[in-house]
Write a protein that binds this ligand. Sequence first.
Ligand code: SF4
Length: 451
Amino acid sequence: MKAPSINTESQSALGAEKYFRDVTASAEEEPPGKMLIVGRREDEPPSTSAQRRRFFGHIPNSLWNDWKWHFRNRITTIDELARYIPLTAEEQSRLKLVTVKYPLAITPYYLSLIDPNNSEDPIRKQAVPVFDEIALAGIGFEDPLEERRDSVVPGLVHRYPDRVLMVLTDICPMLCRHCTRKREWCHGGWMRTPAEIEAMLDYIRNHKTIRDVVISGGDPLTLSTPHLESVISLLRKIEHVEIIRIGTRFPVVLPQRIDDELCAMLSKYGPIWLNTHFNHYRELTPEAAAACDRLVRSGVPVNNQSVLLRGINDSVAIQSKLCQGLLKIKVRPYYLYQCDEVEGTEHLRTPVEVGLKIIEGMRGYTSGLAVPTFVIDLPQGGGKVPVQPNYIMAQTGDELLVRNYRGHIYRCHNPRTRAKARPMLMPVPVKVAVPAKKEGSRDADRLSLRS
Ligand code: SF4
């Protein structure tokens, strides 16, 4: 997933809106303009979400359940944001400076999960800019993973031998403040042209070692379903492509996108895996659960890749609740990433030791399936490396001293050399006296058989 076509305070929304109209030409007509805060429509059933009632109670379910409506009505300016979240005039001025460099985009759905009166709210911290993003500028890198270096044709990253990353657009439904591709946010609003997509497909066709294609962005589900299908169907025609993976945050920030049309399309081209990005258990809403359920029922396994974020999910308790909650909605906790060294995210980064402590605090105390692999995506394109707590305390000769999750130490034999077979002793035949058969005795034959 990567970045968007989103507006800065000084830019109009026209680029993103035009693009969006182009790729979702079938969107139903809706009243023009952004949403207005007016009274809730009387004919609407009350929402289960207090925030939705408070902010979007006037929006009928037909629009609230339409992902295109949410996309068109994203909050993209500080002035709009201040209508929902209390911000002083000084805060607004400072945040406007931030959005010149790192724009803002929040879907109404995700905004409805934020506690507006709590500046430490973990959902808010993922979506609402803070001044530290520019105050700590100079720490970190624009492109820490050096993705540009590994691009073989525009939009296609080939770093590992058997898989490629296909970037179809830089547009996202939301701009996550910890995003690795923040650098793209101000150049945004593009999607790959048919010629560029054909060049990517050609490269994949000509490299038979590629068995796994990851479609990402931006967020590829920003594309309309027919547009996405046109790419996936061509990928499926390449024999050596075994699996297709989609990286998307839509199930978290706009689950309405996972609609029947999309699921029916994906189910035609399996095996397709979907990796999403829940960071906090409060994101596991009924809407998100239903979206994941629709995917799984369509034959699309869902994995989660979360990012370890300071003040958001950096504790054993929060990670345990998140990962156990993911399993309940049939999503496998896959990776927990150390936050990349991205410029503009320093305030959200934690020491690596925090991740190790979290894994140590989960392993053994909850289902192994609920424990993600903690990884560092190395700078300079070094790739992902798992980092785990060390359970081996010592190694002596053919033995290991290993501690378990409670800290108890156990000795394990470590078969470093192949054991030699012991000479086998031939059994010595034993003469057994068979008692004479007594006439008329019961079980006489059985007795002889036993001897
Ligand atoms: S982390 Fe957020 S902003 Fe970045 S690519 Fe993924 S969805 Fe887009």
